[in-house]
Design a protein around this ligand. Structure first.
Ligand code: DC
Length: 219
């Protein structure tokens, strides 16, 4: 069974996706981390994220490996490095490149071939796994998402103002929604969950109920 969870940054998607996978005993795939790793490779090569040739080269040559919840880029653990604000901004630019998306989709489907999976991103239900048994789209207001993001960053020792984060979120949303290829949007058959007023536990419980209804009981 494949469960896709799409939605914007700060919708609570990353946390609940991991928890949902854990509760169901499914594997988990964080596809945003993959785009972030390519963005990091591009920045490290001192190239512009919008430079199509440079991003294509990075996407082709990067070796990505998930080991539990760590992501290795060419053998190096970049789990923390990919969470910086610079990489966040570059990732949404890199993610508009057709060459990058083509390579990422291929890798993601390979993971999907391995059996039961919870996968989170922007295009998992629309493009990568259109036949997934259970699809979610999580949303929340920009202000709720910015507040969550600021708290997240604080926990990682990164200090940013609410206003700054709100602006970054709006810029990224716009790029993710307006790009030509695989724009962020709910699949026609996705269940849309508004999480602004819900705790992580409430979202998780609701999703567990809905998963049970999606396709009979998960195996
Ligand atoms: O979910 P995230 O913030 O880690 O994602 C980082 C960027 O990658 C985000 O701006 C959009 C892009 N992305 C994408 O285009 N498609 C995905 N499936 C996942 C992420």
């Amino acid at each position: 069974m494949i469960i896709t969870i799409d939605g914007p940054a700060g919708s609570g998607k990353s946390t609940v996706s991991r928890l949902l996978a854990e509760r169901l005993g499914f594997r988990f795939l964080d596809t945003g981390a993959m785009y972030r790793a390519i963005a990091l490779a591009v920045l490290r090569a001192s190239a512009e994220p919008a430079n199509r040739a440079a991003t294509a080269t990075a996407a082709r040559s990067a070796q990505l490996q998930f080991i539990e919840d760590r992501l290795l880029l060419n053998g190096e653990d970049v789990s923390l490095a990919i969470r910086s604000p610079e990489v966040s901004a570059a990732a949404s630019i890199v993610a508009a490149s057709p060459d990058v998306r083509e390579r990422m989709v291929e890798l993601q489907r390979e993971v999907g071939d391995g059996g039961s999976l919870v996968t989170e991103g922007r295009d998992q239900g629309t493009v990568v796994f259109p036949r997934a048994e259970c699809k979610f789209f999580l949303t929340a207001s920009v202000s709720a998402r910015a507040e969550r993001r600021v708290r997240d960053l604080q926990q990682r020792g990164i200090v940013q103002s609410l206003q700054e984060v709100q602006q970054q979120i709006q810029d990224r949303d716009q790029r993710d929604e307006e790009r030509e290829l695989a724009p962020m949007r709910p699949a026609d058959d996705a269940i849309i969950l508004e999480t602004s007023e819900l705790s992580i536990d409430e979202v998780l419980e609701r999703m567990l109920q809905l998963v049970a209804e999606c396709n009979g009981r998960p195996e």
